[in-house]
Ligand binder design. Structure first.
Ligand SMILES: [Zn+2]
Length: 205
């Protein structure tokens, strides 16, 4: 009876932590606090993720101007993620330990920029203590996420184009460089339109 109660309680905690991150969407990643009985699955990081961790540390050193910045004791590994909607999860445990788990079937089928975007998002939760930030901004008729901490992973196309501004936002929470980049792109587009207009007039002459 007690066992059954415990099981129900654990299931309930599981259900609560799953629903705490909002409506599951494709490519959504997550931040989860595990129940009291859960223990960390891994103690070291799979070599598949080493280069991404190094890159993240380098960015932390540069952007935060902190030569000692490290990811530290946050192992990253492939593993099972029950919720089909999540490709990566940052787990935090009651003993204070943390870890990132990545879905291998997703990893194997996605490009380097997508992978980096996912790892950096999870480390945003696990290492930088960031929550989701789902605000968007319209640029030339396109909806752009203002953070890599959006609960849906940013598209590689946007990440590739605005890599540095997105990294800046991730580490500093400042969207200034993102908005600067978007404003200059918007102006370029307007310039293109007006020069095309002139060309049309000329050809009419
Ligand atoms: Zn997340």
């Amino acid at each position: 009876m007690i066992k059954k109660m415990t099981y129900i309680l654990i299931s309930l905690i599981g259900a609560l932590s799953l629903s705490s991150c909002g409506v599951p969407l494709p490519l959504q990643s997550d931040l989860m606090i595990r129940g009291e009985n859960a223990v960390r699955q891994f103690s070291t990081t799979d070599s598949a993720f080493t280069s991404y961790v190094e890159e993240f540390e380098q960015l932390g050193k540069t952007i935060n101007q902190d030569v000692k910045f490290e990811v530290g004791d946050i192992p990253i590994n492939f593993g099972n993620i029950k919720n089909e909607s999540y490709q990566g999860v940052c787990y935090t445990y009651t003993d204070g330990t943390r870890e990132v788990i990545i879905r291998k079937s997703w990893w194997d089928n996605h490009t380097d920029d997508y992978r980096r975007s996912l790892i950096f998002h999870e480390l945003g939760h696990c290492r930088l203590d960031r929550d989701h930030l789902d605000e968007t901004h319209e640029v030339n008729g396109e909806v752009m996420k203002i953070s890599m901490m959006n609960s849906v992973i940013i598209r590689p196309r946007d990440y590739t184009r605005y890599t540095n501004p997105y990294h800046n936002e991730l580490f500093t929470k400042s969207t200034v460089s993102l908005f600067e980049a978007w404003t200059s792109d918007q102006n370029e587009e307007e310039d293109d339109e007006s020069s095309q207009g002139e060309e049309a007039e000329h050809s009419h002459d």
